[in-house]
Design a protein around this ligand. Structure first.
Ligand SMILES: [Zn+2]
Length: 123
């Protein structure tokens, strides 16, 4: 279900409606109004589904927060690499941020390090 479909559709219908009204096309006007009515009905259904999901989510979230305090700390940045407390080595920030992979970087020279996975040079 794409929640924006009926909204986009009714916007298009509104444009058609103003054309139909301007050209005094009564039967076309009636058709468009009945389409708009069913679109609005669909939007109402979608919104009420979303409302239920939001209520559910916020219920779940408040219980989750109470049970588990956030333990994932953001890694520290050093020499352009991430270092994790309790782990030795310099890790590629790009691989960690994009894929959640901890890739140990290797030293290229005194100023630069390189990631063996994504080949980005870090300093
Ligand atoms: Zn990388």
């Amino acid at each position: 279900m794409d929640i924006f479909d009926p909204i986009n559709h009714s916007q298009a219908l509104l444009e058609q409606l103003s054309v139909a009204i301007n050209s005094n096309n009564e039967s076309e006007t009636k058709t468009i109004i009945s389409s708009l009515t069913s679109d609005l009905e669909q939007i109402k259904t979608n919104t009420s589904t979303l409302q239920q999901q939001i209520t559910l989510l916020s219920k779940n979230q408040s219980t989750t927060i109470k049970q588990t305090p956030i333990i994932i700390a953001k890694p520290e940045l050093k020499s352009g690499c991430y270092i994790f407390s309790g782990e030795k080595g310099f890790f590629c920030p790009r691989c960690y941020d994009n894929h959640g992979n901890k890739v140990a970087t290797s030293r290229l020279n005194s100023k630069q390090r390189i990631c063996p996975a994504c080949r980005s040079s870090l300093k």
